[in-house]
Write a protein that binds this ligand. Sequence first.
Ligand code: PLP
Length: 253
Amino acid sequence: MPVALTIAGSDSGGGAGIQADLLTFAAHRVHGTTVVTALTAQNTVGVSASLTVPPDFITAQLDAVTADFPVAAAKTGMLGGPEQLAAVAAGAPANLVVDPVLVATSGARLYTGDPRDYLRLLGPVTTVFTPNLPEAELLLGRPLSTRADREEAVRELARHGPRVVVLKGGHDSGDEAVDVCWLEGRVTDLRARRITTGNTHGTGCTFSAAVTARLAHGDHVGAALAAAKRYVTAGLRAAATRRLGAGAGPLDH
Ligand code: PLP
């Protein structure tokens, strides 16, 4: 069984973070290992408290996992703060998917440092970079309203090191959810019919975990992105009318 690693925060509500990543890894039949970077007290309504793990303990977890398991691919989610991000940048394995988790949908801040740390410190060791629209706007410091803005954005983000960039369009409107990608030196799209639902909590975590799982199986990166897009769309569709908690519920796995 291939081994994947998630380096991310815990969501006590089980919808996002480490919990969503392990559900996604299990659904893809890869063994999931974990480096916990932060804890959140969280449910479908919001985040009431969070706590970061000391950077030395992040390094200890990374060392323990990579010393014993043949980690074929890894991802990062919530890192919490700049010291945690630096510890991950120093010890992250190859084949790394980076989801720049900055702010929760509910508005809670999940990264206390300068968003550009993601580009400066993690960019050079990133294989696939997966910001959503609000995150990319924070990283680049400008609105990304038009198609031309977004094509320029993926080119610019790739100049910081990632081989592949997926600018996720789920926060936009329209009949289709369109992700603009920088893949093999050119701009391409990932498209799926938009699923209208309030149950979108954990969508970003799940997408990056599915890409990681497919990379761990040895997929070519383009195939991994397409499979991950299908997995998230199916998970959204299956949970679209479910009621779980009073706020934004999780997708299905
Ligand atoms: N909590 C944790 C631990 C996360 O890793 C993430 C996202 O990556 C979130 C919350 C945010 O999820 P959402 O924006 O779907 O609420």
